[in-house]
Design a protein around this ligand. Sequence first.
Ligand SMILES: Cc1cc2nc3c(=O)[nH]c(=O)nc-3n(C[C@H](O)[C@H](O)[C@H](O)COP(=O)(O)OP(=O)(O)OC[C@H]3O[C@@H](n4cnc5c(N)ncnc54)[C@H](O)[C@@H]3O)c2cc1C
Length: 446
Amino acid sequence: MADLPDGRHFFRGDDGYEQARAQTVWNARTPERYPDVVVQAVDADEVVAAVRYAAQHDMRIGVRSGGHSWAGNHVRDGGMLLDVSRLDDCVIDTDTRTAVVGPGMGGSVLAGRLDRQGLFFPAGHCKGVRIGGYLLQGGYGWNSRVLGPACESVLGLDVVTADGERLHIDAEHHPDLYWAARGSGPGFFAVVVAFHLRLYPRPPVCGSSLYVYPMACAEEIYPWARAISAEVDRRVELQIVASRAVPGAGIDSPSIVLASPVFADSEAEATAALALLDTCPVRDRASIAVPYAPSDLDTWYAGVMSNYPTGYRYGTDNMWTSATADELMPGIHRILETMPPHPAHFLWLNWGPSPQRQDMAYSLEDEIYLALYGVWRDAADDDAHGDWARSNLATMEHLQTGVQLADENLGRRPAPFATDAAMAELDRVRSVYDPAGRFHSWMGRV
Ligand SMILES: Cc1cc2nc3c(=O)[nH]c(=O)nc-3n(C[C@H](O)[C@H](O)[C@H](O)COP(=O)(O)OP(=O)(O)OC[C@H]3O[C@@H](n4cnc5c(N)ncnc54)[C@H](O)[C@@H]3O)c2cc1C
């Protein structure tokens, strides 16, 4: 019989169970779902033992790296919750520009280590997110419009399969499982114990532009952003964030912030790449207008995290679209009118048109990404704010081509996140590697 690690497994009813369960979820809105046992593994051998134990006791498994799944996808009723956040080793090879990194490594921590060695990886935009869940679902990170979703920089993975076997998977070894690992996200059907990553030289210049407009300019800003979307230099990530206040800028009124990182070879190139963003038709109404300023990742992380405070309750949803501004504006007005107080916010991300991607499960994206983040502190406001994101995007579903798994809300609003062909192939590969359904599938899909 396989053993569970002494002192690091908690059956329901044990002292420490609730703490071990709740601390796996970053969203303060901890799901009311209760696994039979929570197991905290510290290395790949313990992962093997835990998976074998689950197989022997016919338990299904939910895997957690950083617990930043908004929906707490890994927390399910019954079975095992396998916490691999302690697998956070990181070995960087500067000569080959590769790294072998555990799933529990924070993306921002990795980015910082690489930065100090003149290297770069398209890690996510927020602190706290671990690479385990981030890379499996795609990974929209720094300079991703140039480097691709981060899963395109995954050269291989070390995994533990449903029957407790350790495999290295890459383009030559188990290519079908490698294909599935790049884009299946919270429906992946093995445990990743390490990622083998391709690294990049650190771009010489990291800068940004910043414009803040009153929310009353929405009618001009979004149609303009849609009109220029295909022309925005791919080194520029145009993020438009609407919220009821911008405390970091001392603004206490509804505002639209255009904050755009750029990565380039020189300041002159960065400035030129950002120039298009200075052509907004209501530019003279901006309360803050900075066409270019040098920046760095620490500054960026601090800015982004002001919209994602820890200890708050979150309800998110999202959609990809290539709809016209005329089609989108009624829904956008409704989003802005019904928006809860800051830090709740609405993100418009200029993403496409995208180049041909690698052949992988990640297979659905579009020109514009819209994401709603309901954020509030008090559980008493769950009814008031909990459905803001889902309900608004449900009314815009006819304009949606799919959703990102990064901000998925599949349990409450099922939607396509991969092409039909990719879904069929995922089902086929799952039936080969996890025929008994040991690992939970996506919520909202039985
Ligand atoms: C504040 C915040 C900011 C974010 N910013 C970004 C961003 O900039 N870009 C972006 O792309 N995404 C972003 N996300 C989304 C985030 O990348 C995903 O939620 C991701 O899944 C989180 O990874 P995790 O390991 O922290 O979470 P987890 O909740 O641990 O993982 C999510 C799911 O992935 C699966 N999984 C995790 N680890 C493993 C493993 N080792 N083996 C097998 N399956 C596993 C499980 O099904 C799990 O339920 C953000 C999320 C938050 C909360």
